[in-house]
Design a protein around this ligand. Structure first.
Ligand code: E4P
Length: 220
């Protein structure tokens, strides 16, 4: 399972660049960044740090407008993947863009049927928002699992992204469900590194090493 970082923050992207395969942004994440420069410059900056896919959302409403905006976004960097909303206009645009070789990520997917349609439209990626489903009492990971079963059984080439990740257990469960990609917020990624027993074990090793150093020095 590939890891994308779910942020538009340059500092966070730089911090985790060594372990991530790509980045996803959305209008909300972009709005949190007070960069003072244009979207184009922001994406160019991200592309200098990450060499994998960078999802950027197209905000137009109609299919022809989405196509124009998507081609403009895709021209910024070969790494750009255009995020397109899961609706009829979005899928019409995705089909045309896919035929023209523009990479797409259908966003705001909440059911296996929506994921299936995104794949039929030739999307490069389909993003299932598991956290937002869990928030309203549904089972987000079950939608990932059902969609993966459909993709595998029908040999669909679209890669599934588990998105709207809230906690490290989502990561484990997405991996077990076979998700191709998970996009993780930096806060959740930072939690994945940690375990109390690791901290306790490190402290013990460090203390014992200090004792040894007192006796005979720490040279190898
Ligand atoms: C995915 O690409 C989205 O940016 C993201 O995962 C949305 O997550 P949220 O539900 O925490 O806003």
């Amino acid at each position: 399972m590939k890891i994308f970082l779910d942020t538009a923050n340059i500092k966070e992207i730089s911090q985790y660049a060594y372990i991530i395969d790509g980045v996803t942004t959305n209008p909300t994440l972009m709005a949190q960044e007070k960069t003072g420069y244009q979207i184009r410059d922001h994406i160019t900056e991200i592309a200098k740090i990450v060499h994998g896919p960078i999802s950027v959302e197209a905000m137009s409403q109609t299919a022809p407008e989405i196509i124009i905006e998507a081609e403009e976004l895709a021209a910024i960097s070969p790494n750009v993947v255009v995020k397109i909303p899961m609706n009829e206009a979005g899928l019409q645009a995705a089909k045309v863009l896919s035929d023209r070789g523009v990479k797409t990520n259908i966003t705001l997917i909440f059911s296996a049927n929506q994921a299936y349609l995104a794949a039929k439209a030739g999307a490069t990626y389909a993003s299932i928002f598991v956290g937002r489903l869990d928030d309203i009492g549904h089972d987000g990971i079950q939608v990932v699992s059902d969609s993966m079963e459909i993709f595998r059984q029908h040999k669909l080439e679209t890669e599934l992204i588990t998105a709207s990740v809230r906690h490290p257990l989502h990561v484990i469960n997405a991996a077990k469900a076979g998700s191709h990609v998970i996009t993780i917020p930096p806060k959740v990624l930072s939690l994945m590194f940690r375990h109390n027993l690791t901290d306790v074990g490190l402290k013990k090793f460090s203390d014992d090493w200090a004792q040894l150093a007192k006796k005979q020095g720490t040279g190898i």
